[in-house]
Design a protein around this ligand. Structure first.
Ligand SMILES: Cc1cc2nc3c(=O)[nH]c(=O)nc-3n(C[C@H](O)[C@H](O)[C@H](O)COP(=O)(O)OP(=O)(O)OC[C@H]3O[C@@H](n4cnc5c(N)ncnc54)[C@H](O)[C@@H]3O)c2cc1C
Length: 393
């Protein structure tokens, strides 16, 4: 029988491995697949019992990712070209329409499952319902469906998200500058509007970031994100308040039962120390998220490419110092501009200041600047040529 994501390995069979990858989000799935394809033995664990559950992302993929990585078309929503930016009060939004397809929203449950099937086909041993619980030397403690197990690994990869336990145990840098976000997701029918990304900039609703509705005619995602300590009545209340008045949902029936997603978003830029002799970090664990847009799907795929090539070198050469080349210090330089803009955004604390900023946004240079941020080609610094391993065609 061919291996699939639905035939997970048993932890009892896994006394030792070349690489233990903790976390089967997009970053962990990608790095694990690349390493297995290079012929290494890889154990990938995730505490989630199914990758279709506990999703923590809207799943908006930007054009550059869609161009460079082979994501399965059937799990992507219709292309989005139109963005509406709303000031506090939501009057007179600024409309920006690109002449190219800019975004597509992934059906993340299906995308994770497809990527897991590709990983298992490549030889990755995937253990779901398995929590990483700590390390002693090269021995890692996992708690799986059958109870606790100790696994020896030459290297460990922390792909375990913004609050990474692996980063803590390896003594690496940890994310300190975080937003928190929450959204609800439900199916919709086309309402005659083109697929649109609605962004509301209102610090009383989404302090330091934005509230959004993405309606691509198939699904609506309605959410808010901001600095946790600045929501006047907490994140949950802000999400409820926004959901009651959100734009872009005319003629849409919101069902009683909706899927809810929430999670932290690191926006302090790539961390400096993301590797040591025993392992390294990828994705949110490494802070690989755009500080300005808070997009992390493209960066996590690109950083995973670099991680896999560095680990391949280390495993083949037997030189542990090969991982020293994997450093966030150099990568941070290319985020300098976006970090400054993030700090500027964080300083806008009142609706009046945001409304004033909209006066600039309505001018031709303001619209051009917004267009460059929303439709630009900049992404995470390019890594070795991306390979089509997120899915097989
Ligand atoms: C509400 C929200 C909306 C977002 N929307 C977008 C968007 O539209 N576009 C975009 O580009 N970015 C978005 N982001 C950011 C983006 O989702 C992340 O940057 C990206 O998903 C990070 O992937 P990852 O694999 O590094 O981490 P994750 O997807 O968080 O995966 C980490 C995995 O590690 C597992 N794990 C954690 N601890 C352990 C443990 N101890 N043992 C075993 N497993 C463990 C978790 O179960 C999880 O599966 C959003 C973030 C949030 C919170």
């Amino acid at each position: 029988m061919p291996a699939t994501a639905r035939t997970p390995c048993r932890l009892g069979d896994t006394a030792g491995t070349d690489v233990l990858v903790v976390g089967a989000g997009l970053a962990g799935l990608h790095v694990a697949t690349l390493l297995a394809r290079q012929g290494h033995d890889v154990l990938l664990v995730d505490r989630r019992t199914t990758l279709a559950g506990a999703i923590r992302t809207t799943g908006i993929f930007v054009r550059k990712t869609l161009d460079d990585f082979s994501l399965p078309d059937e799990h992507l929503g219709p292309p989005i070209r139109r963005v509406l930016l709303y000031p506090p009060g939501m009057d007179r939004p600024v409309s920006l329409v690109s002449d190219r397809d800019e975004y597509r929203v992934g059906d993340m449950a299906r995308l994770y499952e497809a990527a897991a099937a590709v990983a298992v086909d490549a030889g990755v041993r995937l253990a779901l319902g398995t929590r990483y619980a700590g390390r002693r030397g090269d021995t890692f403690h996992l708690i799986g469906r059958d109870g606790p197990t100790a696994v020896r690994a030459r290297f460990v990869v922390g792909a375990d998200g913004a609050r990474s336990s692996v980063a803590r145990d390896l003594g690496l840098d940890r994310n300190r500058h975080l937003l928190v976000g929450a959204e609800e997701v439900f199916e919709v029918s086309p309402n005659g509007e083109p697929p649109t990304f609605h962004c509301v900039l209102d610090p009383s609703l989404a302090p330091g970031y934005l509230a959004w509705v993405v309606n691509d005619g198939r699904h609506a995602h309605v959410g808010v994100a901001g600095y946790a300590d600045r929501f006047p009545d907490g994140l949950r209340r802000a999400a409820e308040r926004f959901s009651a008045s959100a734009p872009g949902l005319a003629g849409v029936d919101r069902p009683e039962a909706v899927e809810r997603r929430a999670g932290p978003i690191p926006v302090g830029g790539v961390l400096r120390r993301i590797s040591c002799a025993d392992g390294l970090l990828v994705g949110d664990a490494a802070g690989a998220v755009s500080p300005l847009t808070a997009g992390g799907l493209d960066p996590c795929l690109r950083l995973s490419e670099l991680a896999a090539s560095v680990l391949d070198d280390a495993l083949r050469s037997g030189k542990r110092d090969a991982l020293a080349h994997y450093s966030g210090a150099g990568l941070r330089a290319s985020f300098r501009g976006r970090l400054s803009l993030r700090r500027a955004l964080a300083r806008v604390r009142t609706p009046a200041a945001t409304t004033a900023a909209f006066t600039l946004l309505r001018t031709p240079p303001g619209r051009a600047a917004a267009g460059r941020i929303l439709f630009g080609d900049r992404s995470f610094p390019d890594q070795p040529a991306p390979r089509a391993v997120v899915a097989q065609h």
